[in-house]
Design a protein around this ligand. Structure first.
Ligand code: G3P
Ligand code: CA
Length: 268
């Protein structure tokens, strides 16, 4: 099929489907990945956490209730935290009905299942380690799955995988364990703090609210651990006007629930 044009043009920001194409399918599921693929988007963003038995699963909230039927299925398991459930229990949850009846029965994918689907689709991954302070060892566990699924080979580490987190220590840990992997820090350190981040992060990925062209330029002036200019990917930009604003600031990428909207706006 003729696709793969979505993030190929160097003169426009790369577009990342946030939690998959999450405006159109339940976030962080295989359905959201497939929707991004159908729309022609190579890059998807996701969030990973650890189950009680140490399995890496794809889920944004640390509380299962917003996007699954955990409370209904396990009424006595307050506060319904991901870390208190086994992978087998999580695999029974319905992670689609909250979004719409068409998605009833959609499952919470393990990272392994998710990577297999991305591989089949030929997609790339911006992986976020979510709430790393709650999950000691999540960096090692995540890297192990990536390695076992072939995602730490040369072709993946050179352009198909980025690991990011709001936790600077987590990004530092990933960089120490696998210095070849491209990493991102989620947030907006001050300009004077940036050099310290450039020691372990190739990307500085801030919210678009409060972002300025001057800040983007200051980030670009630094080189990351792989000797290239730091990149900036901003989130979560879901409307055309905001997409055009951040494009004008010179960002390298835009992370969005509605990748088709952002692409149309920035190619407009
Ligand atoms: O990829 C950036 C963005 O996902 C960070 O915020 O809360 O949506 O994970 P959040
Ligand atoms: Ca995220």
């Amino acid at each position: 099929p003729v696709r793969r044009a979505a993030d190929a043009a160097a003169d426009h920001p790369r577009v990342y489907a946030h939690r998959g194409a999450s405006a159109y399918a339940p976030e962080n599921t295989l359905a959201a990945v497939d929707r991004a693929d159908a729309l022609g988007f190579d890059w998807v963003e996701n969030d990973v956490q650890l189950t009680r038995d140490g399995v890496v699963v794809v889920m944004h909230d640390t509380d299962l209730r917003r996007t699954t039927n955990a409370e209904e299925l396990f009424p006595d398991r307050a506060p319904w935290a991901v870390k208190d459930f086994t992978a087998a229990e999580i695999s029974r949850l319905d992670a689609g009905s909250w979004f719409g009846p068409a998605y009833a029965g959609t499952r919470v994918p393990t990272l392994r299942q998710y990577l297999k689907r991305l591989g089949r689709n030929g997609q790339n991954l911006l992986l976020e380690i979510k709430s790393p302070e709650s999950y000691p060892g999540i960096e090692r566990a995540t890297l192990r799955v990536l390695d076992e699924e072939g995602w730490l080979d040369r072709s993946h580490v050179r352009g198909r995988l980025v690991i990011q987190s709001f936790g600077a220590d987590s990004v530092r840990t990933v960089h120490a364990l696998r210095p070849d992997v491209v990493t991102g820090f989620l947030g907006a350190p001050t300009v004077s703090e940036l050099p310290a981040y450039a020691a372990f992060a190739d990307q500085i990925n801030p919210s678009y609210t409060g972002l300025s062209g001057g800040y983007v330029t200051a980030v670009h002036a630094l080189k990351g651990p792989h000797g290239k200019a730091l990149q900036v990917n901003s989130w979560t930009v879901n409307d055309a006007a905001a997409a055009r604003r951040v494009e004008a600031m010179g960002v390298d990428g835009i992370i969005t629930n509605a990748p088709d909207v952002v692409r149309a706006a920035t190619r407009g």
